[in-house]
Each structure stands twice: as structure tokens, then as C-alpha cells.
Design a protein around this ligand. Sequence first.
Ligand code: C5P
Length: 208
Amino acid sequence: MAQKLKVVVTAGPTREFVDPVRFLSNPSTGKMGFAVARAAAAAGHAVALVAGPVALKTPKGVRRVDVVSARDMLAAVAREVAAGADVLIATAAVADWRPKRRARQKLKKGEMDGTLALVRNPDILKTVRGVRKVGFAAETRNVLKEAVRKCREKDLELIVANDVTEKGCGFGTDTNRATLVRRDGTVVRLPLLTKLALARRIVREIEI
Ligand code: C5P
């Protein structure tokens, strides 16, 4: 077997609470990230899966760390990296914004005037350093161009790009058609695969 790696995988959505009963989020189910964690563990790597709120079972042999918000996810990933992770594979659909204020009590209907002030969340993949990084880019246009830009901007060794408007791709599906873009600029267009098959392909890439 190739060298055993310590792999951190982020998966699922994050939730950004407005008050105790309301939040901003997205439809991510965590399927891609859980498939990556499963494939990496099956290949003999030590896997920490930092998961947002999802309804999936933890894959065999995987250590799972549950988080809620983007800032929680960043803290959990930073801890794993500080503890000696080799590779970070970021599949999570992190909420880009959070409410500027989180009310301690449930807001009454009349307390909202229709404007919700938001602030930017940290970019986990961009912020974390000292680890090999693999990212995902879910796009609706200019897929390749955006992937190349993100690969450079976030200092990734590999980015997995896909057009989420395509049939069989995107949130909640069991399949994905992805294009791999490596740091050296090589592009590998993959056919429509199950998320598990794509996960195995990604794991092989990090073993090189
Ligand atoms: O810039 P964009 O959100 O499209 O980048 C997607 C990649 O960055 C994914 O790998 C995602 O997990 C990661 N990301 C992150 N933290 C964010 C936003 C995205 O780690 N706040």
C-alpha cells in the first residue's frame, strides 16, 4: 500500500443561526464528503471527518467530529491540522455569510424589519496552512476558469470542479461528473461516476 496518510475531510453544510430557532444554510447532504472519508479509510488512511449537520451514518473506521457553524468547522479543522494532518480535503458547502448578530431569544415577527445584516465567514480552505489541500468547486458557469482561479487563490494541489446545473450532479445526487485540475495545470475530465467512485479517484490522486 501507498504511505498511510492522516486525512481530514470536511463535509455537509454549515448552519449560521439568526436566533435559537432560525438559521441560514444550504441543501448539502454530505454525500460527497462521506464518500471521500469512506474511500480514504478503506484505502488504509487515518481519517477525521469534520461534518456539518447531516443525516448520514459515519463510515467504518472514520473518526467523526460534528460541528454546526463555519467558525466551528474552521476551529475543528485547525485542531486536526495542528495535531499533524497530512491532507485536507474540503468538500463542505460552507455558508459564505452569517448573521452579524445572533439573538439570544427567539425574535418576534415584529422585531424583524426585513433586513438581515450579514458578515462574511472565514474561508476554511484558504485560511488553513501547513497541510496539502484539495478543494471542490461547484459552479454554474465558467467551470474550468473558476477552478483554476480557486486552485491558485487557495493554494491547492488539486481541485475537483463540477457544473452543478448538469444532470446527475450537485446537491443530494449519488453521482457526479467532475473535472480534476491539478496544481501543475493538468486537467482530467472524468465521466459521470458514483460519488464513491469519484471519491476513490480523489484518494488515488493524494496517494501520488
Ligand atoms: O470559493 P468556493 O466557496 O467556491 O470554494 C469551494 C471550496 O472551498 C470547497 O472546497 C469548500 O469546501 C471550500 N470552502 C471553505 N470555506 C468556505 C468556503 C469554501 O473551506 N468558507
